[in-house]
Design a protein around this ligand. Structure first.
Ligand SMILES: NC(=O)C1=CN([C@@H]2O[C@H](COP(=O)(O)OP(=O)(O)OC[C@H]3O[C@@H](n4cnc5c(N)ncnc54)[C@H](OP(=O)(O)O)[C@@H]3O)[C@@H](O)[C@H]2O)C=CC1
Ligand SMILES: CC(=O)N[C@@H](CCC(=O)OP(=O)(O)O)C(=O)O
Length: 349
């Protein structure tokens, strides 16, 4: 069976990446692409890399244009998805790349986003351990018709720390996460601090001091994994590259945790995961190795001097961090092979 899909936000970075992946998907055909300011234009003039879809016309993002498909991908600015999603048929698989349906807590929504809280949908991170028993989020995605795709930083931070907090290897207090992201994470709409002259050859932090809106999302996921309250310090930084995230997470070791026990916990957690790779000891991950792919690579160390676990992890913010995670979750919801449309390896050199 072939499924039809509509992709909204098709002219943006996230929507464009969904389209790139779906162009190679054996079971999903894109029949509608929607935008906003660019409605009426040819997709090829806006996303020149999407040769196979170049002649499609971008139409306005309305419930009418998005209805009548088996799957709808929403890749819209925050706050734009909820109203549209509420008007789509219940049996349509709706996948939201934005933040509108990620958080369970209305207080956290209010504090970091504001406005009406649309509620919580099944979280589209299949490999996430969601219980100290080791249960995974994948079980909640089978037959789901509404899926909230995680933010790109939470995807990396949760995959980096969930095995450790679930197994009680580290304290859930005093967790420190520093991530460097490529500039595509900020979207296509032009912003002065993202001009080439500003970012080339330079790195800078932002959202410092607990203010980044991914903080509660990371605490939420680590709370599921550990069954405990979690507090983190999260600092994002902007790196002079188009794609990729490098996350380094550290946490205090609990009594008895060694490199061996930590490695075993991660190897066990991810042994059957086709997209998550615990690298051989001594090899550290590089963002370039995962660019354009749905793969995630990580390495860990125990620092006896600081008494901390250190996990370093890479992913592509647009692929596993958004569009790849979305396609993977849809595959699970539809009962398709999880890797359908996601066969790309990284790019080299
Ligand atoms: N970039 C990333 O790495 C990640 C992004 N996301 C999420 O994906 C979503 C899209 O982000 P991204 O692709 O980066 O953003 P872009 O700025 O690149 O794209 C925005 C898209 O939304 C459309 N749009 C803008 N305003 C409206 C509106 N009022 N109504 C309908 N459509 C509108 C634009 O259409 P047009 O061009 O025609 O105006 C464009 O297609 C966001 O929620 C973001 O948080 C999630 C994880 C990572
Ligand atoms: C580099 C950069 O600016 N990144 C974005 C995160 C992108 C993403 O995943 O976030 P949402 O889906 O929650 O918008 C930011 O920090 O706002």
């Amino acid at each position: 069976m072939t499924y039809t899909a509509a992709v909204s936000g098709a002219t943006g970075y996230a929507g464009g990446e969904v389209l790139r992946l779906l162009a190679g998907h054996p079971e999903i055909t894109v029949s509608t692409v929607t935008g906003h300011s660019t409605a009426g234009q040819r997709l090829g003039s806006l996303q020149p890399h999407l040769h196979a879809l170049a002649d499609m016309e971008v139409v306005e993002t309305t419930p009418e244009n998005l209805s009548g498909h088996d799957i709808v991908f929403l890749a819209l600015p925050h706050g734009q998805s909820a109203e549209i999603a509420a008007q789509l048929p219940e049996n349509t698989v709706v996948v939201d790349a934005g933040a509108d349906h990620r958080l369970e807590s209305s207080e956290a929504w209010d504090a970091f986003y504001g406005g009406d809280h649309a509620g919580h949908w099944p979280y589209g991170l299949p490999e996430l351990i969601i219980d100290p028993s080791g249960a995974k989020q994948r079980e909640k995605l089978g037959s789901a018709t509404r899926i909230a795709v995680p933010g790109c930083y939470p995807t990396g931070s949760l995959l980096a720390l969930a095995p450790a907090v679930a197994a009680g290897l580290v304290s859930t207090r005093d967790i420190v996460i520093v991530s460097a992201s490529g500039t595509s994470g900020a979207g296509k709409a032009s912003k002065p601090h993202l001009l080439g002259a500003e970012v080339m050859g330079s790195m800078s932090p932002y959202g410092v001091g607990g203010g980044h809106r991914h903080t509660p999302e990371i605490e939420q996921g680590l709370g599921w994994a550990s069954g405990q309250d979690v507090s983190i310090s999260f600092t994002p930084t902007l790196a002079p590259m188009p794609r990729g995230i490098l996350t380094t997470a550290t946490a205090p070791l609990t009594e008895g945790t060694t490199l061996e026990t930590a490695l075993k916990a991660y190897q066990d957690a991810y042994a059957d995961e086709l997209f998550i790779h615990v690298l051989p000891q001594g090899q550290w991950p590089t963002t370039k190795s995962v660019v354009g792919s749905n793969h995630v690579a990580l390495q860990l160390a125990v620092d006896p001097h600081a008494n901390r676990l250190i996990v370093s992890l890479v992913l592509d913010n647009l692929t596993k961090g958004t569009a790849g995670g979305a396609v993977q979750s849809v595959n699970i919801a539809l009962g398709l092979p999880e890797t359908a449309g996601l066969q790309h390896q990284g790019l080299a050199p």
